[in-house]
Design a protein around this ligand. Structure first.
Ligand code: GDP
Ligand code: IMO
Ligand code: MG
Length: 429
């Protein structure tokens, strides 16, 4: 029995898809446990690049079974389009290979319209959501008025449910936000069509995964978003509406506490964020372009889901330490080390200065980080290209020292180092 969790240790886009694809070569089940199509996970295999929003990244390996957990919110139109897209790339998706929890929630055009209307109404205080209807769908879940995937098993009543739901949302759209109403009947019709196709995929994933674990199988939980976007533990209110942290895997898949073997945090060798909210180590101008890239490489820092340029900065060890604590990380995977090649001096934020004092940990969590000035430690960079390096011993001494310093600062080992987006561009310690 093996149950490992992959979790984003920063603000998302750490390279989780790439790491899941790597570890999935040995897994039997790969299970997404939170979020929806706000996620964008990139997997590069030879000439092919997959950008996955809902389907677990591990399904690219033909021997795995993909699972969409009860912690997720699912837009059926996006899911079906993604299924077609990856089928076109030669990946076999059928109800034996992909299972969807009956208790996952359904995202509708009503949720998307509300997400957009609420963002507009927030004005300068906007969150910078992906506008995929994520917040409103989790809102309905918490309000106990959501529609669950189990409804697709009864298309007749599903149509009525969708109609009633859209009509209710229309009241909010028109009266609160002055937005145009949606055509409830046509949405219901569209959704009944999706229901007929998706019904064979829907079932009890909790029993499926528990039985698999009992039978000695390997379940890999694929996190979406990142620790600092967690509803409870992130930079509230600039967060998503779910629990992307490691405990979310237990709730979002229905697996009991005490089964987890490894909790692998994925972090970039620097820091990025897309959307609004605090970012103490953010850099601007030329320094930012150097870390972000200009969009000429597929791995440059532009959102996989929205195409927005990502904000970039130096690695923040205060926040990474926090991620180790919140998730109970047993190890880290460091991605995008290659991007730092050629920089003369590297900086790591080791503490926050406030009122003349230096803090190594956050006094009140990561809610308001604006009063803090990052305290930086400088380390020498390296010139040697690391793109082709596959062994620790072949890394430049400065790169080894940079990684070892991170290990010391956050007190967990870095077990994998990624030096490029391809499957084989990895250094195992
Ligand atoms: P995720 O949301 O955590 O799965 O990450 P994204 O896919 O949104 O963004 C990560 C980007 O970095 C993708 O374009 C990956 O192909 C790319 N990537 C991952 N690891 C590496 C690496 O070590 N080096 C480089 N250059 N790119 C990487
Ligand atoms: P992956 O899985 C990066 C961010 C949005 C916004 C905030 C709330 O690819 O790492 P939402 O649409 O969820 O209500 O937006 O969360 N966000 C992400 N940022 N990577 C993601 O997913 C994200 N999912 C949501 O940009 O700031
Ligand atoms: Mg992403």
């Amino acid at each position: 029995m093996t149950f490992n969790i992959i979790v984003g240790a920063q603000w998302g886009d750490e390279g989780k898809g790439r790491v899941v694809d790597l570890l999935a070569s040995e897994a039997d089940y790969v299970a997404r446990y939170s979020g929806g199509d706000n996620a964008g996970h990139t997997v590069t295999v030879g000439e092919q690049t997959f950008k996955l929003h809902l389907i677990p990244s591990g399904v690219i390996h033909p021997h795995t079974i993909g699972v969409l957990g009860n912690g997720m919110v699912i837009n059926p139109a996006v899911l079906l389009a993604e299924m077609e897209q990856i089928r076109g790339a030669g990946v076999n998706i059928n109800p034996q290979r992909m299972r969807i929890s009956y208790a996952a929630h359904v995202i509708t055009p009503g949720h998307i319209a509300l997400d957009k209307a609420r963002e507009m109404a927030r004005g300068a205080g906007k969150i910078g959501t992906t506008q995929r209807g994520i917040g409103p769908a989790y809102n309905d879940k918490a309000a106990r008025s959501g529609i669950r995937m189990e409804s697709v098993l009864s298309p007749e009543t599903f149509a009525d449910e969708i109609m009633a739901h859209i009509e209710k949302i229309n009241q909010q759209l028109t009266s609160l936000y002055g937005a145009p109403p949606l055509d409830a009947q046509s949405v219901a019709q569209e959704y009944v069509g999706y229901a007929r196709i998706l019904a064979p995929y829907v079932g009890d994933i909790t029993t499926l995964l528990s039985t698999a674990l009992k039978n000695g199988k390997y379940v890999l939980a694929e996190g979406a978003q990142g620790t600092l976007l967690d509803l409870d533990h992130g930079t509230y209110p600039f967060v998503t509406s779910s629990t992307p942290t490691a405990p979310g895997a237990l709730v979002g898949l229905g697996l009991g506490v005490g089964r987890t073997n490894r909790v692998v945090g994925v972090t970039k060798a620097f820091q990025t964020r897309v959307g609004e909210g605090p970012f103490p180590t953010e850099v601007f101008g030329e320094a930012a372009t150097r870390l972000r890239g200009t969009g000429t490489n597929p791995w440059d820092e532009f959102g996989t889901t929205t195409g927005r340029p990502r904000r970039v900065g130096w690695l923040d060890a205060v926040l990474l330490r926090y991620a180790v604590q919140i998730n109970g990380l047993t190890e880290l995977t460091l991605t995008k080390l290659d991007i730092l090649t050629g920089l003369n001096t590297l900086r790591i934020c080791t503490g926050y200065k406030t009122d003349g004092k230096t803090l190594e940990n956050l006094p009140l969590g990561p809610k308001d980080l604006t009063p803090f000035e990052p305290v930086y430690e400088e380390l020498p960079g390296w010139e040697k290209d690391v793109w082709e390096v596959r062994k620790w011993a072949d890394l430049p001494a400065q790169a080894q020292a940079y990684i070892q310093r991170i290990e010391t600062l956050v007190d967990v080992p870095v077990s994998l180092v990624s030096v490029g987006p391809e499957r084989d561009q990895i250094i195992r310690r």
